[in-house]
Ligand binder design. Sequence first.
Ligand code: MN
Length: 452
Amino acid sequence: MDLKDCLKKMDAAGRLAHVHTEVDAVHELSGVAAKLDGGKAVVFEHVKGYDYPVSTGMWWNRENVAAIFDRSVDALPALFAAAVGSLHQNPVAPVVVDDAPAQQVTMPEVDLGRIPVPTHALKDGGPYFSNCIIVAKDPDTGVRNTSIHRLMVTGKDRLGLLMDMGRHLRNYYERAEAKGEPLEITINNGLHPAYFVAATTPSSAAPIDVDELAVASYLLGEPARLCRSKTVSVEGLADAQMIMEAEILPYVREPEGPFGEVSGYYAARDDRWVVHVKAITMQTDPVIHMLHPGREVWIGQGLSVESNLFQTISKQVPGLKKVYMTPGGSHYHVILQIDPPNNGMAKNAILAAFAAFPDLQMVTAVNSDIDIYDPEQIERAMVTRCDPAKDIIIIPGAFGHELNPVVKDNLAAKMGFDCTYPVPKPESYTLVSFQDVDIGKYLSLIHISEPT
Ligand code: MN
């Protein structure tokens, strides 16, 4: 299954909108996407001056993703958790195929100006690829890595790249650069979300010696498919819509940014890493895939991070029921639903969450009688079950995510709210409840007795 099959599945489920009006790739396309943000995924059929359509919004909500996986929304976290779990139990290695759809056409001369890459936010420094999956190999061990990084188009065959601190790609690059060598990569655009889940698996679940593509294999139900590149020694993803074969240049830094980031703020322009594109291959009729910065990242990354947090915390602290990355929290806030068997253990779970996912700034723990998807219930737990004098944990100067503007030099305080009641549960924490009735029965009776 490739991206086009996924779009067909969303279409069949009523989860895809088609925009036939011609849009400009500079600001207008993203302006339309911003108005549609959160709803059906969208295909822009006509992008002014380009031959290929652009799709976005696959991760705008969990219903879109559920349609692709033929699952209910509620089943997604367990599915993704099992996929991440397979990394350590029975990882399925990818296969290399000879007839890759992603290599049906080779661009005669590399020219990124022929690809519809949107300029998203009003102050962005240029057109941006926001969700390409970069495949690289460890320069010493050869272990494959897949990850997602923003890429700004700066020339016909040139891209500016951000490699955040702590990412495996950066670790690979720094070792290659120390030898004076470029790091070869493939940049893969437009894939089944299984590959996206694999590429966003946090390093706490997929350490540097693990090939996270096994996560994609689990979700696809067959081995992830690779193809041999023509100009670099690292493989591409065979079912991508388009592959850029490239290298990250040693010792070269050029201006990149600004970019309207997932945090809702602009990342500043600075001298960053530079990618030289050596070849571009694609399907005969590619659909270029973009990610609209914001909600798509919270939900896309949120789902896989939730699965990983559930697995990691459960190994250390008993009583964990559910994990939810809140949409407003920009993947910096997670809610843990936990019934700790002993007093104090909710705080241990909060600490385990911070350790498992360093991007987190806030963790809120509530009991299982609280619906973690309901912000009103969370707020009630916070004002009635969290005693600020003893239930707020503040850890100053911890390592955080550099795209969050509160984080300076990768450091900021983390905060945990223990909103669980004491063990054993005091009578005073019993939530008011009423008789459960079939409301349809009563509403129809009310309707009949209404005067007309
Ligand atoms: Mn990795």
